[in-house]
Design a protein around this ligand. Structure first.
Ligand SMILES: Nc1ncnc2c1ncn2[C@@H]1O[C@H](COP(=O)(O)OP(=O)(O)OP(=O)(O)O)[C@@H](O)[C@H]1O
Ligand SMILES: [Mg+2]
Length: 249
């Protein structure tokens, strides 16, 4: 397949004013008692579907950042010490309602926010998040949950310094996922939604729904969308360039 031209891999034209870094803030009420002005580190989020290349890029960014003297910490979904195992167990069955599963994920996120992300930022670390609240919100929105309720729930989240979204066509995601895992994931194929009995077909439909919701969120949360069909090297160069400008404020 011929690679698509990168959507946003353009250099800014001379004379264009680059916006100043926004002051730190929580999306909503945040975590009580946290002084955001004391968070010296940077929070960098990489979003994208299963197989979009997040881990590949994060591994390279960690090597690059550590090599240039920045201490790093990595977070991601279902990685809290509090509930990650229980969340895995819950997903083996189909017993939780959308709301309780959503709150379970929110708990996993809140635990990492409070016990990993905020302390690391306070200590000046670069925090690399492999997905963030946006994936959680999008998954729930696709399942019919109320967007305002979700926004309120994730008001506990700190607004990152930058959010990248690796945009990859569903057909390419299928190819990559098969090459890597030889199977599609039940949840990532949206099989609980009953879109199709055929997992492959369901995956394509579900990923299209997810991508559309991401586009909606992009308007309010302002992600940087990168063309995930570019080579891993090209993407990494672009990510570094953009992160460098975050680091220099
Ligand atoms: N830019 C790219 N172009 C082509 N293939 C890529 C690219 N980036 C990663 N890959 C390949 O695609 C597969 C998925 O990549 P990776 O594991 O980084 O994705 P991921 O988003 O972390 O996936 P998961 O959701 O499963 O954690 C891997 O086999 C990887 O080698
Ligand atoms: Mg990964």
């Amino acid at each position: 397949m011929k690679p698509q031209r990168p959507i946003s891999l353009r250099k800014p034209r001379p004379g264009i004013v680059v916006p100043r870094a926004k002051p730190r803030r929580f999306y909503g009420l945040g975590v009580p008692g946290v002084d955001v002005t004391k968070l010296a580190g940077k929070l960098i989020v990489i979003e994208g579907a299963d197989g979009s290349g997040r881990s590949t890029q994060i591994a390279r960014l960690v090597a690059w950042l550590e090599g240039s003297g920045h201490a790093t910490v990595q977070v991601g979904l279902k990685r809290s010490t509090l509930v990650s195992e229980e969340l895995d167990q819950a997903q083996q069955g189909n017993i939780l309602s959308h709301t309780t599963l959503s709150l379970f994920y929110a708990t996993d996120f809140a635990d990492q926010m409070e016990n990993i992300i905020l302390p690391a930022l306070r200590a000046g670390f670069m925090v690399l998040a492999d997905r963030y609240i946006y994936t959680l919100m999008v998954r729930d929105m696709v399942r019919g949950m109320d967007a305002a309720w979700l926004r309120n729930l994730y008001g506990i989240a700190l607004a990152p310094d930058v959010v990248f979204y690796l945009n990859v066509r569903p057909e390419e995601l299928v190819e990559r996922t098969f090459a890597k895992k030889q199977a599609l994931d039940y949840w990532e194929s949206g099989m609980d939604l009953g879109l199709s009995r055929d997992m492959f077909d369901s995956f394509l439909q579900y990923q299209a729904l997810v991508a559309a919701k991401f586009k909606e969120l992009q308007r309010s949360y302002g992600f940087t969308i990168l063309d995930g069909h570019c080579s891993a090297d090209e993407l990494n160069v672009e990510l570094r360039r953009r992160i460098e400008s975050v680091l220099t404020g």
